[in-house]
Design a protein around this ligand. Structure first.
Ligand SMILES: [Zn+2]
Length: 244
């Protein structure tokens, strides 16, 4: 029987049988790991905290890699405040969902783990707009997956994207200027584009003063959802219902 002692962040949890839960944990050393938390649905269960998404803990896991058993867990830091606001919760859930889809079972990724940890910490503890934090993480996710977004020049004519009208091509995931129309696109406002350009090169802590308008937050979410679908073929459920 193998034993793995590791830090990890719970990405999701599903019920299993009457009393157990199966959790998906993101770890630096082994990437995505699934493990069963036995008896955790009993009211008095000691490791209940570890069955919640956003839990950041030190885990002791035993068994085979395909399905390990949680033998122990102690919380390292609480990101619980994410669940106390609707906007934080939507953005936080999208962050976990993206991580779940791009992470590989058993494969280490210290950069992604650190990015996830820092991002959730900011979301839980800062006053920065949740959608800015989400967009910043998404830009990083696309970049490390080999799909970095080109935010400066039109993919067709190569001219700078600073006009009033920029279109996000829903077939290719590229940005085009208004002079180079495409059949299916998402309109991106000048300010949304400008904020994204800033996000890709500035420390996020310096962006505390940016206030997002509702339409900009909506554009961000639509853009992330569309680009994720284009490149990974996955419809992000957490961003699905956010526009009603
Ligand atoms: Zn163009």
């Amino acid at each position: 029987m193998e034993q793995l002692i590791t830090q990890g962040i719970v990405l999701r949890a599903i019920d299993c049988g009457e009393r157990d839960k199966i959790i998906t944990i993101y770890t630096p050393e082994k990437g995505r790991v699934t493990a069963i938390l036995k008896g955790v649905r009993k009211l008095t269960a000691k490791m209940k905290f570890a069955s919640q998404p956003f839990c950041f803990a030190q885990f002791r896991l035993v068994g085979r890699q395909e399905m390990m058993t949680v033998a122990g867990a102690s919380e390292i830091e609480s990101f619980f405040d994410i669940t106390q606001s609707y906007a934080k919760m939507v953005c936080g859930s999208a962050i976990l969902e993206m991580t779940d889809h791009i992470s590989v079972l058993g494969e280490p990724n210290y950069i992604l783990f650190d990015a996830l940890k820092q991002t959730l910490r900011l979301l839980a503890n800062s006053d920065i707009e949740p959608d800015l934090i989400l967009m910043r993480y998404a830009l990083g996710v696309f970049k490390i997956s080999g799909y970095a977004m080109e935010l400066k020049t039109c993919a067709v004519c190569g001219k700078p994207l600073n006009q009033d009208m920029t279109a996000f091509d829903l077939e290719t995931g590229d940005f085009n200027c208004y002079k180079c129309p495409v059949p299916r696109y998402l309109h991106i406002s000048a300010r949304s584009l400008e904020i994204m350009q800033k996000l890709s090169k500035t420390e996020i802590e310096k962006l505390e003063d940016i206030v997002l308008m509702e339409n900009e937050a909506r554009e961000f979410r639509q853009l992330i959802r569309a680009n994720f679908e284009i490149h990974f073929g996955v419809n992000l459920k957490s961003l699905n219902t956010a526009f009603n």
